[in-house]
Design a protein around this ligand. Structure first.
Ligand code: HXC
Length: 256
């Protein structure tokens, strides 16, 4: 039973709210385990088409839990393969959207970047302040941030620990849209509903194809895309989507 995250399913959309307000949603091992284990059944459910991950008005998440980490030594983190559990969250196949208000720092920024899209509110502040703790990003920040915003802005954030506000994050292509604070979650849920209304196979494979662009050469990526495109002609949703267009009606996708 999840304690530090709240999960609410409404139709095909699953809203996940980080719920450690006393620690500004700092990401400890329990949060990580809950995200990895509790979301897996939804990920595999053809009736779930999108996740929305959010925090509170004050903090999406203020980072990995510094108090949990502070007494560890090298052999502890090496043997535990510390932070590797977060890969399970990143690898969820259902599209996931981060809705960020307030602080998204360190692991919080990294958690948002593990999602496929980030929307934020006007109060959002993104940062990788690990340098101030004598370490560096440990949940993919130096890699994902650099791929998203480029080397210069990534270096600026990671080497100085400075925060980016919402407008800067939009300008840097870290976030896709900014909403007023009160509108962030409702607007994100509407978008999630749109995504979840499409065929699950096509949304899942669309996100895999976009992800592939970050991992591979152009020619390999185009080949991957072509093969995936061909494979979707084996689905009922492709036949339905194209029939609905010609018959001038709304497609009723079944996730098959
Ligand atoms: C544990 C945290 C925390 C964190 C906040 N808290 N961030 N606890 N880990 N990352 C706790 C505080 O200790 C405090 O608990 C409570 O949340 C409220 O925080 P305050 O500091 O009192 O709030 P405020 O003054 O508003 O400042 C907000 C803040 C600041 C600017 C976000 O909390 C902050 O700088 N937090 C740390 C941010 C950070 O460095 N993140 C990166 C972590 S490292 P008490 O009990 O005192 O009331 C990381 C990756 C590590 O993410 C990778 C390396 C291996």
């Amino acid at each position: 039973m999840a304690e530090l995250i709240k999960i609410k399913q409404d139709g095909r959309v699953v809203l996940v709210t980080l719920n450690r307000p006393e620690a500004l949603n700092a990401l400890n091992s329990q949060v990580m385990n809950e995200l990895a284990t509790e979301l897996k059944p939804y990920d595999r459910d053809p009736n779930v088409g999108c996740f929305v991950i959010t925090g509170s008005q004050k903090a999406f998440a203020a980072g990995a839990d510094i108090k949990e980490m502070s007494d560890k030594d090298y052999m502890d983190v090496f043997h535990e393969d510390f932070f590797s559990g977060w890969d399970a969250f990143a690898k969820l196949r259902t599209p996931k959207i981060a809705a960020v208000s307030g602080f998204a720092l360190g692991g919080g920024c990294e958690l948002a970047m593990m999602c496929d899209i980030i929307y934020c509110s006007e109060s959002a502040k993104f940062g990788q302040p690990e340098i101030k703790l004598g370490v560096i990003p440990g949940m993919g920040g130096s890699q994902r941030l650099t791929k998203l915003v480029g080397k210069v802005k990534s270096m600026d954030m990671i080497l100085t620990g400075k925060m980016m506000n919402a407008a800067e994050a939009l300008e840097a292509n870290l976030v896709a849209r900014i909403f007023p604070d009160d509108a962030l979650v409702p607007e994100t849920l509407k978008i999630a509903e749109t995504i979840a209304g499409f065929g699950k196979a096509s949304t899942l494979l669309a996100r895999e194809s976009v992800e592939r662009a970050l991992e591979t050469s152009l020619q390999e990526g185009i080949l991957f895309e072509r093969r995936v495109f061909h494979s979707l002609f084996a689905t009922e949703d492709q036949a339905e989507g194209m029939a609905a267009f010609t018959e001038k009606r709304k497609a009723a996708f079944k996730g098959r």
